[in-house]
Design a protein around this ligand. Sequence first.
Ligand code: NAG
Ligand code: NAG
Ligand code: NAG
Ligand code: NAG
Ligand code: NAG
Ligand code: NAG
Length: 422
Amino acid sequence: MRSSFSLFAILSVLAASGVQASTKSCSAKTGTGSTPASLAAVAGASSAPGVNNLANATTGVDASSAPSGSASAPASGSASVSVTSDSAVVSPPISSSSGIAAVAGNSTASSAVDAPAATVGYSHTGKFSGVPDLDLPDIGKDCECGYKVKSLDSFYFRKRFSFDFSSLPTQTFSSSDALLDKGWIIKDSSSHVGGPSDVGNQCLGDPSSLSIEEGALQLTVKAGQTLSSNMKCPEISHTDPALHGVFQAEMQLSAVEGTCQAFWLNHTSEVTADELDIEVIGGTHKVMGAGGAGPGIYSTSWEPSDDPGKPNDIEHTHGLAPFPDIDTNDPTETFNKYTIAWLPSSQQRYYNGIAINTTTQYNAVNPMNATINNWSNGFAGWSGAFPTTDSVLKVKTVLFYYNTETEFDLKEGCSESDVCEV
Ligand SMILES: *[C@@H]1O[C@H](CO)[C@@H](O)[C@H](O)[C@H]1NC(C)=O
Ligand SMILES: *[C@@H]1O[C@H](CO)[C@@H](O)[C@H](O)[C@H]1NC(C)=O
Ligand SMILES: *[C@@H]1O[C@H](CO)[C@@H](O)[C@H](O)[C@H]1NC(C)=O
Ligand SMILES: *[C@@H]1O[C@H](CO)[C@@H](O)[C@H](O)[C@H]1NC(C)=O
Ligand SMILES: *[C@@H]1O[C@H](CO)[C@@H](O)[C@H](O)[C@H]1NC(C)=O
Ligand SMILES: *[C@@H]1O[C@H](CO)[C@@H](O)[C@H](O)[C@H]1NC(C)=O
């Protein structure tokens, strides 16, 4: 079992750029080892066959108001995505028709800074202008012919996963398969949770760090653990590997310092490094943390074609967004919606539907599992010192509309008018 060393990657970025960088979001786990079969269909231009037969692969941005050429996504002919020797190579580079974030480009810059064009900006309220907001209602039923999400330019998704943790009785967990029949894997000690510190301190999964209380899933980093390579932290993943989708979790963060609380997508293949994250460091929702993290929400994305076996070398970039309404809504006291939109030619993060500063680089191209975790490694530069009081991340609901490697086109026998509009 390989460990995840994102912290080292971060450190290298910190060293290179002097910027407080984000981190790999948190867990390590034996994957399915599946090699992407449908990569070619993934990252093509918006009209690429097989990607989607209902809409162009955009996230609803009017190209005329979009940043030209997505500043940080290299538009050179070398911007191909080469994942493995036996998987498809995507080229030429994606035109940024969506305007949000071009498909993973090949950036040789170690930490290219997102440099939005003039029409995209970030007001003091945190709203990322130039990108439409997201309205993601739960249609409340399964639609056999799939869904088109209006506010993602009617992008078509075959599947829906909606889960309300309040539907479960109050309980604690002791095994990784306790919620398997509900679509969740609880990580046990065979998985790492979060990255290692500079000296190798790291968490392993621990079912007993998760519970259902007060109608929510609670992910607790148990206080006062001795720093080691086998501390205990909570992590849970959706069991259906997705290839594109929109993933939303309604969560209440903890203000306790010393943890990384993350809702993110992690590659299921052992040979790629895809990862799209939303992360908040405990206690940095309003002000910068002692280690320089925050304030606000990090979006981090990782170069899919880099070698997951050399985590120190995985290129990644982040966007940092203050909570847009922090003066009136404290995310450690209320539940709020955190959303990752992952489309073939773009990625975007949202807070309560508001588009927030999102990195434009390193869009994922291979299947990933949606994951929630809460961890610490005691490293001052990221999670901060191990918490001295219990830190509890609460999750009320999740809502995903998504495709998979084999299910992405309009289902056979369905016509476009059968598709549910959300
Ligand atoms: C992501 O999943 C892979 C297995 O699919 C695992 O090896 C890796 O450690 C995970 N990444 C993180 C950051 O936990
Ligand atoms: C997708 O884009 C192409 C090229 O711009 C256009 O011809 C086509 O009508 C678009 N399709 C949809 C569904 O918007
Ligand atoms: C990225 O581009 C650089 C310079 O063109 C090249 O040396 C490197 O091999 C490329 N990396 C990938 C993963 O394509
Ligand atoms: C992703 O889901 C698949 C299918 O349930 C499962 O086999 C795999 O272990 C999961 N991977 C991770 C990293 O959680
Ligand atoms: C987005 O976050 C990055 C990383 O912190 C920052 O460099 C960039 O200026 C931010 N963009 C906007 C528009 O605020
Ligand atoms: C993460 O763990 C810390 C430490 O136990 C806790 O204070 C915090 O509430 C947890 N966060 C979440 C989102 O459960």
